[in-house]
Each structure stands twice: as C-alpha cells, then as structure tokens.
Design a protein around this ligand. Structure first.
Ligand SMILES: Nc1nc2c(c(=O)[nH]1)N[C@H]1C(S)=C(S)[C@@H](COP(=O)(O)O)O[C@H]1N2
Ligand SMILES: [Mo]
Length: 308
C-alpha cells in the first residue's frame, strides 16, 4: 500500500543558513519562494505563496513534522491514528472549491487561488489540544477566517457559521462506515469565527497541507478541542440557528457546541485536567482556553459548565 511521503524541501535546507536566519524574522516565505524558482514546474506549483511570521505564535518547541503528519484524527480515512497517513493519498485536493453562502449579502464560490489572495499568509505556531487528552504544537500557515467572512458580508441574521467537509466516499473510504453522520460538520458563533486567532490553514511546516492534515484548507481554532478544527472544507454557510456538529449529533452529552478547552469541565468518560504533549512522557496541566486567554471576553457572563 502506498504510504504518504511529504515534500522534501525546507526553506532552511536551500538558503544558506546566514541568509535564512537574517530573513526569518520578517519573511519566512521568501526563502521558500526563492527555492521554488529552482525547482521543476510541478514542484513550484506545490509551493505556498510568501508568508509572514505571526505575533500570535507560541514560542514553545514545535512537534516534529513526522509527529504532526503521522498521528491524526481524520475519520474519513479510518479511526486509527495511523490511518490518515496511510490512506489519505486518495483525497484529491486540487482542483478545489469552497462555496460560501447562506445569510450573506455576497455569496461566492472561491477556488484555492482566490482563497490565497484574501489576506497575507502567516505562519501561526499554535497548540492543538485533542479532547482525547493529547496535544501538539503545530506550525500552520494560513490566514484569518475573518478575512473570508468580511468578503461575503454576513447579514444581521447570520449569527453562526457552519462548516462542511468534502463528501466523497470514493476518495474518503471511511465515509462508508457510519462512525459519524457524514459529511463532517462543525460550527462557530460569528464572533468566535471573527476572532483573530481563528484561521483557515492551507499549509504546515511551510508547505501546502498534507492530505491527512486536511488538505487543501481546514479550520484551526486553537482555544477549542481539536475536533472543532474541521478538515478539507468545501462549504461555509452563515446561519441563524446554532449548527449541529457531527460530534454533537453523535453524542450530545459528550460533545457540546462550544467545546472550549477547559480543565474544569470533564468529559463524561475522562478528566480534562491534564494532557500529554505528543513526544513527552510526563503529563502537563491543561490550561483554560488552551492558554489562549485573549478569547475569554467572548464568553463573559456565560456558564461554561452548561455551555460546554
Ligand atoms: N473532517 C474532519 N475534520 C477533523 C477530524 C475528522 O475526523 N474529520 N478530526 C478532528 C480531530 S478530533 C482533531 S484532534 C483534529 C486533528 O488535526 P490534525 O490531524 O491535523 O492534527 O482534526 C479535527 N478535524
Ligand atoms: Mo480530537
């Protein structure tokens, strides 16, 4: 069976170290772009546009590319952590379209090029905390979800945002099993979706997203449990009512709409007080909002035990 092989070019490998180090504070993508010019056309096409380093990144050590691309939840390819790396080669991330509609003044279908032009790309090194009790630090490349939402102009009735993953059992064999109601659906309240920390990721470790991480475009909401960060998105709709996510539909007592990382609200079957960072032996304390305190204002006055 074919196994996934990530593209093999890192900016740091091609540019002399001194140049790379002096540039990297302002423009990490320029080195990658210069490198792409030296490659055959098909490899150049797979490179990301220039991206900037974001001030929202954590300074914590990153998980390795092997960890991030080899230990995944992507049930469309099976429920084992190694299934997505082994099977996601059948996903065709190009060409790709994302249909944005619902309660908006300017509904529009974006191809990937149009999405990449919505805002400057940034590298965002974020913690990801899975509801199962593990975490990673992942260098995404993406842009604020707000940039896309502003383009389509939500109406007054567009209070929530609903996201849908590709439905294509011939590409995603896990969709033949009814572990979840397919296609995978997630949702955010509009103010959560507009928060500058919520991004659409198109890359990882400076290159386009590997299929198993949600190619070609996925959501990343770092203060919520990982399952909110829906992969391989084909549809985004502004809606009036709170969307019902696939996980809430599967088990409403275990997976709520908000799903903010919260060490004080346990999952019915396990504690959420601690987590294991992949690659580490000892457990860490889980932080409220996964350490992203700047989102606390979104939930002022809400009972986060009831609104879990
Ligand atoms: N479409 C889809 N999106 C998904 C999932 C999935 O099974 N299908 N799994 C979620 C879960 S549980 C987690 S923890 C993250 C994992 O993202 P990663 O594999 O890129 O680390 O993706 C989320 N997005
Ligand atoms: Mo997860």
């Amino acid at each position: 069976m074919p196994t996934y092989r990530p593209p093999r070019i890192a900016a740091s490998e091609i540019t002399p170290e001194s140049v790379y180090l002096s540039r990297r504070d302002w423009l990490s993508g320029s080195a990658a772009l210069a490198a792409a010019a030296l490659l055959p056309p098909e490899a150049a096409a797979a490179a990301l546009p220039t991206f900037y380093k974001s001030r929202y990144s954590t300074a914590e050590p990153k998980n390795s590319e092997a960890e991030i691309t080899g230990y995944n939840n992507f049930y469309e390819f099976g429920t084992d952590k190694r299934d997505p790396a082994a099977h996601a080669h059948t996903l065709k991330p190009s060409p790709w379209k994302v249909e944005v509609g619902g309660e908006v003044a300017k509904p529009r279908t974006f191809d990937l090029d149009a999405l990449l032009k919505l805002a400057p790309l940034e590298e965002r090194i974020y913690r990801l905390r899975c509801v199962e009790g593990w975490s990673m630090v992942i260098p995404w490349v993406g842009f604020p979800l707000a940039a896309l939402l502003k383009q389509v102009e939500p109406t007054a009735r567009g209070r929530y945002v609903e996201f849908t993953t590709l439905m294509a059992p011939e590409q995603m064999p896990g969709q033949r099993d009814d572990v979840l109601a397919w296609p995978y659906v997630e949702g955010l309240r509009l103010d959560e979706a507009m928060h500058p920390l919520a991004i659409l990721a198109v890359g990882l470790y400076g290159r386009p997203l590997p299929n198993q991480n949600g190619a070609p475009i996925r959501l990343v909401v770092p203060w919520k449990y990982g399952f909110k960060s829906i992969k391989s998105i084909v549809k985004i709709r502004l809606v009036e009512q709170q969307p019902i996510s696939s996980w809430t539909r599967a088990n409403p007592t275990e997976y709520g709409f908000y799903s903010n990382v919260n060490p004080e609200v346990d999952h019915p079957r396990w504690s959420q007080a601690t987590e294991r960072r992949i690659g580490e032996f000892f457990k860490r304390k889980t932080l409220m909002f996964n350490g992203y305190d700047e989102v606390a204002g979104l939930y002022k006055g809400m009972d986060l035990k009831r609104n879990f």
